[in-house]
Design a protein around this ligand. Structure first.
Ligand SMILES: [Zn+2]
Length: 247
């Protein structure tokens, strides 16, 4: 293989790795935001459950108040029953008592309902608290992993830049010039393989005669369409032929 071709292939790999590291660095704020949003959502779910409990407790206080008011009314009517003079007054008072009894019953039913709801709400709150603690711990782990990835990527950028300059110094200036120009213009991939007789980047069909020349990888050849440096990639080794049948 042409030594410069071998070097620009390696140079491209360094570029690819550096590009990936740069992308990790630039994506980091978004991923931080996503993690913060996920934690916020988990916290909101927990707050909702706390809100349900608070509403249930408020309902409890309101029902108790209403119940004791209705109970007071009932005992007031019962007391007044002793003082009625006529049968008519007695019957009227009896009706008042029935209404008050009905109201007391209604509040007692509400209280029972509220207590059943309290059990359910408390259960849901416990589940939400457990889920939140789990999410919070997972979130912290992911945050730490993200910070580690960022540090790795930053170190990789520095290391790859040093490797790139060292390698670039070994490449003949005209070939390096082609590489740098194409990379600047195409942003990524200045060196690509020929696959299925086509430039792997722009997919243009390469003349069979050129493909044959490229097969030895002894020339620096640029794609006529996209200007990228082409090389011939050896097809993956075929599977070992199966062992001949034993006699
Ligand atoms: Zn091309």
């Amino acid at each position: 293989m042409h030594p410069d071709l071998e070097r620009v292939i390696r140079l491209q790999r360094l570029e690819d790795a550096a590009e990936q590291a740069r992308r990790t660095i630039s994506d980091e704020p978004i991923r931080q935001q996503e993690l913060a949003a996920a934690l916020e959502a988990a916290r909101n779910t927990l707050e909702d459950e706390r809100g349900h409990l608070a509403a249930n407790q408020a309902a409890h206080r309101e029902i108790e108040k209403e119940l004791s008011m209705q109970q007071a009314r009932l005992s007031k009517f019962r007391g007044q029953l002793m003082d009625v003079k006529t049968n008519r007054e007695y019957q009227a008072m009896q009706r008042e008592i029935e209404v008050a009894q009905h109201e007391v019953q209604k509040q007692e039913d509400r209280l029972l309902e509220q207590m059943l709801e309290f059990d359910e709400v408390t259960k849901q709150l416990k589940l939400a608290e457990r889920a939140f603690l789990h999410d919070q711990a997972a979130n912290e782990t992911e945050r730490a992993a993200l910070a580690a990835q960022l540090a790795d990527a930053q170190a990789a950028v520095v290391k790859l830049a040093a490797e790139r300059s060292a390698l670039a110094a070994e490449i003949s200036p005209p070939v390096l010039g082609i590489f740098d120009r194409v990379l600047r213009y195409r942003k990524i991939s200045a060196v690509v393989p020929v696959r299925g007789g086509r430039c792997a980047a722009c997919q243009i069909l390469i003349r069979p005669q050129t493909v044959n020349e490229l097969r030895r990888n002894e020339v620096i050849f640029q794609c006529e369409s996209c200007q990228r440096i082409l090389y011939y990639e050896n097809p993956p080794a075929t599977a070992e032929p199966s062992a001949p049948p034993q006699e």
